[in-house]
Design a protein around this ligand. Structure first.
Ligand SMILES: Cc1cc2nc3c(=O)[nH]c(=O)nc-3n(C[C@H](O)[C@H](O)[C@H](O)COP(=O)(O)OP(=O)(O)OC[C@H]3O[C@@H](n4cnc5c(N)ncnc54)[C@H](O)[C@@H]3O)c2cc1C
Length: 394
């Protein structure tokens, strides 16, 4: 049982965190660890009901910017110790990530990325197509031109991670309220005053926006305009098979990714360039479509023909919370004391959540920012400090 608060929401709190996905819970856990008391997490649905419970669970350090590499590397260290730290099995498994391309043109970028990752002590190597067979023996390499492999990348079970954080939060005194929706936030004289929920009003000086794809609507309640938009992504799971696939395989050519869970299922997805651009908080279409099933199946068979007889068991959709440069937005807002956001993670918020939660908790409690938080502040869009990572895939 996840310990949940069943009493009415308290009338006061030292901090209110909106969203019980990985970001909200990791931040609550870290803040409580730093000594902040009376922390309340408000979740409109259930724990992990947003993007976190709909994600692929992939955790990789293979990026092209030092910022992403360093953040992911720190997160991997946290995932390595997470089951012990939270006292809960999160099923983190380091089978590696095999990142492939079908284009000769990508090879210089792959080699350059390996160089940078190695400088950061991430043990990625460049592979010729036939070397991929040592990692995934039945991979069809006929159209693969090159690949990179990092054995320290991996996957974790998203629900176990949020359940683990929720329990650990509870042990630290954090109160989590599910089925409770934030409908309004009041601020006065440049300071956060209260959070109104459909179960009562909480006076608080601190509001942390971890609302994932709803972060923009929440920010709008305090007059903050986020450039985020939602992007619908589908994903599927197959019947269980004997273990045959150690790594997550991901293609930077067509965006397919697939791995095998500890229960033996193939879990995978593929981005769809034809997916309509969604605008507005009401755009949360999480229905499943045949178009995805067909696209995914074709792309999977092109890389792994032996999957032809495998049955798809279930597919679902979730939302990416996407910023113009696909980097998260962290920090506060000048002139609005007590408001912070941790959002905009596109397709990589599960892997970065633990480390951004930790860094933001430090920032919130001490006021001391760090280089990465500074570079991810909202005003970067005005400053024009936009540096998209070339390996945003999915
Ligand atoms: C199909 C798919 C595959 C993905 N695969 C990966 C992957 O392999 N690796 C990876 O790193 N990332 C992946 N991602 C991205 C990842 O899931 C997200 O970046 C991450 O989960 C974001 O976490 P979060 O806590 O910020 O948001 P969420 O998990 O969305 O949590 C936000 C929560 O806020 C709640 N909320 C919102 N508004 C309110 C309100 N007004 N009042 C109360 N509660 C509110 C919501 O109900 C929700 O539970 C994937 C995403 C999708 C959709």
């Amino acid at each position: 049982m996840i310990p949940l608060s069943s009493e009415p929401v308290p009338s006061t709190a030292d901090a209110v965190i909106v969203g019980a996905g990985i970001n909200g819970l990791a931040t609550a856990y870290e803040l409580a660890g730093l000594g902040l008391k009376n922390i309340v997490v408000i979740e409109k649905d259930y724990i992990g009901s947003g993007s976190t419970g709909r994600c692929g669970g992939g955790i990789r350090q293979q990026w092209t910017t030092e910022e992403n590499i360093r953040l992911a590397q720190e997160s991997v260290r946290m995932y390595e110790g997470m089951s012990a730290e939270l006292g809960y099995q999160v099923f983190f498994r380091q089978g590696g990530y095999l990142m492939v391309t079908e284009s000769e043109d990508d090879l210089p970028a792959l080699r350059k990325a390996v160089e940078l990752q190695n400088i950061c002590d991430v043990p990625t190597e460049f592979l010729q197509p036939d070397e991929c067979l040592k990692i995934v023996p039945d991979l069809d390499i006929s159209h693969i031109k090159g690949a990179t492999f990092c054995p320290k990348d991996g996957t974790a079970y998203p629900f176990a991670v949020v359940w683990g954080y929720a329990r650990a939060c509870h042990r630290r005194g954090v109160k989590i309220f599910i089925r409770s929706k934030v409908t309004e936030v009041t601020a006065d004289q440049g300071e956060i005053r209260s959070v109104v929920t459909d179960r009562g009003t909480i006076s608080t000086p601190l509001l942390i926006n971890c609302a994932g794809p709803w972060a923009r609507s929440l920010a709008a309640m305090v007059g903050v305009k986020l450039p985020n938009r939602q992007e619908r992504h589908e994903i599927m799971v197959s019947e269980s098979l004997k273990p045959f696939l150690d790594p997550m395989v991901i293609s930077i050519s067509n965006g397919i990714y697939f791995s095998q869970s500890l229960r033996g299922e193939i879990v995978g997805g593929i981005g769809d360039p034809a997916e309509p651009q969604l605008e507005g908080p009401e755009s949360f279409d999480t229905s499943s479509g045949l178009r995805f099933a067909v696209r995914f199946a074709k792309a999977l068979l092109a890389y792994y023909p032996r999957a032809a007889q495998v049955k798809m068991m279930r597919q679902w959709a979730g939302m990416y919370d996407v910023t113009p440069d696909h980097r998260p937005i962290l920090g506060g807002i000048p002139g609005l004391e007590g408001y912070f956001h941790i959002c905009g993670f596109s397709g990589h918020g599960f892997m970065l959540g633990p480390v951004t939660g930790r860094r933001m908790a430090q920032f919130i409690t001490t006021g001391r920012s760090d280089k990465i938080i500074n570079s991810l502040s909202l005003d970067r869009f005005e400053r024009g400090d936009i540096q998209t990572d070339a390996f945003v895939v999915g």
